[in-house]
Design a protein around this ligand. Structure first.
Ligand SMILES: Cc1cc2nc3c(=O)[nH]c(=O)nc-3n(C[C@H](O)[C@H](O)[C@H](O)COP(=O)(O)OP(=O)(O)OC[C@H]3O[C@@H](n4cnc5c(N)ncnc54)[C@H](O)[C@@H]3O)c2cc1C
Length: 384
């Protein structure tokens, strides 16, 4: 007997899978080739209840949890990792954070439009001079009378060209503050959209803030608590974004199995060659291990017990594995894998972002090791 929650998660997976395979998959090559963001399809995610999936119904959301968000991210990631990246940036990095940290005014004013897809959102942390070292940001907001004046610029921002609403982090004196900024606010302008090697179709761009006047009611959380807001969302962000690469890896493994079984050389299916068997076995093992790590981490964020070690370890291993799996998928497809029509080389180009976006592999390794060492010094054991 399934519990009510299991039933609802099963339904979410079926709906997300149907949407992904029927509506997204047929245009996934065009999304990549033309660097095309299917904005109307994105808004449709709102009608399905996916954009505000972790937000209570009173604010226009679906009232579900991170487990449901992970399922949607994974299913979209299977057909188009770039579409799933845009989904994750909107629904987790911004919408979930606005719900968790926003005042009643902010929740009531913006969440219904963000949940329906009427508004598209971006999280703005990275700047030209500060990426991994995010707190070295230069964007600042100073008080003038009863308003903040925001100045600075952000770069490499997912959804930027389409963003109606931006969650912007800025320096306020010695501390940091998060602000809700609108595209229509005077002084906000968009810079260039980057042409990328992968994740094409997920629009990435620059945003400038030139003397943008913001009422104090646009502060997310409390003034000076921006750093806490960034840190409080990081564990969930890492785990949810990992699921893009779980979906991508599953796709790479399935197309590889199909091709290895069908393709014949030397009078037999290439799946029978031991060197191909080794690839399939390693791909499967890596895929299953990533999934288990991510699912374990998901239970922890769901129960608010997450620590930086496990969330960083989950995305570290999943991203490295997705790239490995996509590379092996290409090799199994031989020359055809190198041809764009196969769709396999796209999986590899998209997978590479997993080791860079939302924190790099190097920073994740540092996080895992330094936190382990800190814990060990104090407790003389592993955390669990
Ligand atoms: C497609 C895409 C989408 C993105 N979307 C967003 C978004 O929506 N919002 C947002 O704010 N940002 C976004 N980013 C930015 C992303 O978060 C940064 O690119 C990432 O954090 C790395 O920062 P950086 O590019 O400045 O590299 P840097 O920090 O300059 O790093 C360069 C290299 O040095 C290494 N390095 C840096 N510090 C250390 C260290 N202490 N120890 C060891 N090695 C180190 C890095 O691992 C990397 O290999 C996006 C990036 C991409 C490519």
């Amino acid at each position: 007997m399934m519990t009510e929650r299991e039933e609802s998660l099963k339904m979410i997976r079926e709906t997300a899978r149907e949407f992904s395979r029927k509506e997204l998959e047929p245009i996934s090559a065009k999304i990549d080739e033309d660097d095309f963001f299917p904005v109307e399809l994105f808004r449709k995610l709102g009608k399905l209840g996916f954009l505000g999936i972790t937000v209570p119904e009173e604010y226009g959301g679906s009232g579900l949890g991170y487990d449901a968000q992970a399922i949607v991210t994974e299913e979209l990631g299977y057909s188009s990792a770039s579409f799933s990246l845009s989904y994750g940036a909107h629904s987790n990095l911004v919408v979930d954070s606005i719900y968790r940290n926003g005042s009643e005014y902010i929740r009531k004013t913006f969440l219904p439009k963000l949940c329906s897809g009427e508004m598209i959102a971006s999280l703005c942390l990275t700047e030209p001079g500060s990426g991994s070292d995010a707190l070295a940001m230069k964007t600042q907001a100073r008080m003038e009378g009863d308003h903040f004046i925001l100045d600075g610029s952000k770069t490499l921002i997912t959804n930027a060209p389409y963003a109606d609403l931006m969650l912007v982090y800025a320096r306020t004196g010695d501390s940091f503050t998060a602000f809700v900024v609108l595209n229509t606010d005077k002084g906000v302008s968009k810079g260039k959209k980057f042409s990328k090697m992968g994740m094409r179709g997920s629009p990435t761009g620059e945003i400038y803030f030139d003397n943008v006047s913001l009422n104090v009611d646009r502060v997310l959380g409390k003034q000076g608590e921006g750093k806490e807001i960034i840190l409080s969302g990081l564990n969930a962000e890492r785990v949810i974004l990992s699921f893009i690469f779980v979906g991508l890896a599953r796709n790479a493994l399935e197309v590889s199995l199909k091709y290895a079984v069908e393709r014949k050389q030397f009078g037999k299916s290439i799946a029978e060659f031991e060197l191909i068997e080794e690839k399939l076995a390693n791909m499967y093992t890596r895929y299953e291990t990533s999934k288990l790590l991510c699912e374990k981490a998901l239970v922890e964020i769901q129960n608010d017990r997450m620590n930086a070690i496990d969330s960083a370890a989950a995305i570290l291993f999943t991203a490295e594995s997705a790239e490995y799996i996509a590379r092996e998928a290409l090799q199994i497809h031989g020359g055809y894998g190198y041809v764009k029509d196969s769709g396999v080389e796209r999986l590899l180009r998209d997978a590479i972002l997993g080791q860079i976006g939302a924190g790099t592999t190097e920073i994740r390794k540092h996080l895992v090791a330094s936190n382990l060492v800190k814990y060990f010094r104090k407790n003389k054991s592993l955390p669990k």
